[in-house]
Design a protein around this ligand. Structure first.
Ligand code: MF3
Ligand code: CO
Ligand code: CO
Length: 266
């Protein structure tokens, strides 16, 4: 399947879905605190998407080839969990870091975004990992414009993260997105400048680096979904959905509660 280019009308649909996904994170923010379980967050998100937004939580029953259907409406990945953590009844505790990944389908279009949350007071190391991973995502976003290549994005993220002594997870990547959750192209978070697909206006994809405080190796838990660091080091991830415009990029997954872009973004 080739990369599908989105029309102005398609992009308006993606903009709505993207904003709704981000607004789910806004809504959840005040609930992310010690004692609250990720299952409670999942229920809040599910009900908000379905009953307030009139949308569909894309993860629920999502079953790509080789996977069992995903059982919940959001992904919640805590501490050494890298991605695809399944909400459960364990309460969050002070100092946990948690990635919440939300994908909303609205009028057939997908919006996919995730943020890191620090539960109560985080350690200096955990706080630094979360904020540098946020900057790494934006280093990648800043490369997006017509004529740039996917390798430019990966290289910007990789060099920034590795210069801080962190490692980049290789097995999972960003992805094209539209009427399907995961489309071409794959957006690697490492690579060489000037390589891979050239960006053209109308391409829509996610940038979602997973960055480990320790080594980059991962493994999958027996639940068939949850990915953890092999060395049990902390892992962080942020995700935005972006569209390539005539002059650069537009981030589709912004809302009133989105953290501001880092200072290096003009
Ligand atoms: N939202 C994830 C991504 O960014 C995919 C989660 S698949 C699920 O691509 F089934 F675990 F939800
Ligand atoms: Co994604
Ligand atoms: Co996601």
């Amino acid at each position: 399947m080739p990369i599908t280019l989105k029309s102005a009308e398609d992009i308006e649909g993606l903009r709505v879905a993207g904003r709704l996904a981000s607004e789910v994170l806004d809504m959840l923010t005040e609930h992310v605190k010690p004692g609250v379980s990720t299952e409670q967050l999942d229920k809040l998100a599910h009900d908000h998407i379905v009953h307030v937004q009139g949308g569909i939580p894309a993860p629920l029953n999502y079953a790509p080839p080789g996977y069992i259907p995903y059982p919940k409406s959001i992904c919640t990945s805590i501490n050494h969990q890298v991605c695809h953590g399944i909400p459960n009844d364990r309460p969050l505790k002070n100092g946990d870091i948690v990635n919440i990944d939300v994908t909303v389908i609205k009028d057939g279009w997908h919006g996919d975004t995730s943020r890191m949350f620090i539960v109560g007071e985080g350690s200096i190391a955990a706080t630094r990992l979360c904020s540098l991973t946020y900057e790494a995502m934006w280093k990648g976003i800043a490369k997006v414009k017509p004529g740039a290549r996917l390798g430019d994005i990966g290289h910007a993220i990789q060099t920034f993260a590795e210069n801080q002594g962190f490692s980049i997870v290789r097995e999972f990547c960003g992805h094209g997105i539209g009427r399907k959750f995961h489309e071409e192209p794959q957006v690697l978070h490492y690579g060489r400048p000037g390589t891979l697909e050239e960006l053209v206006p109308g391409m829509v994809f996610t940038i979602e680096p997973m960055i480990n405080a320790g080594r980059r190796e991962i493994r999958e838990l027996g639940d068939g979904w949850t990915i953890v660091t092999k060395d049990r080091s902390l892992s962080a991830q942020w995700e935005h959905t972006v569209v390539v415009t005539e002059t650069g990029y537009e981030v589709m997954t912004l809302s009133a509660g989105s953290p501001p872009p880092p200072a290096f973004i003009g």
